[in-house]
Ligand binder design. Structure first.
Ligand code: HEC
Length: 188
């Protein structure tokens, strides 16, 4: 028993003394010594950078297959006349021509469409005739164009009419169609 105790003192005493001296002499205004350092400085990878550790060798990962971003509405049509017709048969406007929806439609039209289509939809906006003439909304052909086909035109574009999917969200595209119907005298 005594032997063990003296051995313990022989081993522990130098450790305690060295530690104590070290602690007393330490400059408290400085950071403590760190070991091991790997966990304290974990690398914060920046987005859009190459990354040797993660799959595909990049920091940002691809979305899981089959998932869509929250609030995103997939549009299952390709460009072209046939697909425009199909959209006209399959899609219906989810919004009613209430005063509120028409006001929103007018707001969108005034901001994104009026330059070409003109205030009354006659195809006489300020950039015409420098830009190829858009059709008059008051023609029989335009009046007969179903909402779904219009949605297809606004979403994917058609000939000289560029796609407006990036600047006008789906909900607003339907509302601007309501406003076009108003310009055509089809809703009040
Ligand atoms: C840069 C000019 C331009 C802008 C901006 C523009 N359009 Fe057009 N739009 C056109 C042209 C040109 C056509 C005719 C395309 C063709 O040759 O079939 C057209 C056609 C259309 C048609 C089909 C009409 C029909 O009778 O066939 C709709 C609907 C339409 N545009 C809606 C819109 C809406 C809604 C906006 C705003 C969100 C908009 N456009 C913005 C130029 C434009």
């Amino acid at each position: 028993m005594r032997k063990t105790l003296s051995w313990l003192i022989v081993i522990l005493l130098p450790i305690v003394v060295t530690g104590g001296v070290y602690a007393l002499r330490r400059d408290m205004s400085q950071r403590n010594r760190e070991w091991p350092t790997q966990m304290e400085y974990s690398p914060a990878a920046k987005p859009q950078t190459a990354n040797a550790v993660l799959p595909y060798g990049m920091t940002e990962q691809l979305p899981v297959a089959g998932t869509i971003p929250r609030g995103f509405q997939p549009f299952h049509y390709s460009p072209g006349e046939e697909e425009e017709k199909r959209a006209g048969l399959e899609l219906t406007n989810p919004f009613q021509p209430t005063a509120e929806n028409l006001a929103r439609g007018q707001h969108v039209f005034t901001n994104y469409c009026i330059v070409c289509h003109g205030p009354s939809g006659a195809g006489d906006g300020p950039v015409i005739p420098k830009y190829p003439n858009p059709p008059n909304y008051n023609s029989d052909k335009s009046k007969a164009l179903p909402d779904g086909s219009m949605f297809h035109v606004i979403t994917l574009g058609r000939k000289d009419m560029p796609s407006h999917a990036a600047q006008v969200k789906a909900e607003d595209r339907w509302k601007v169609i309501l406003y076009i119907r108003k310009l055509q005298g089809k809703v009040n």
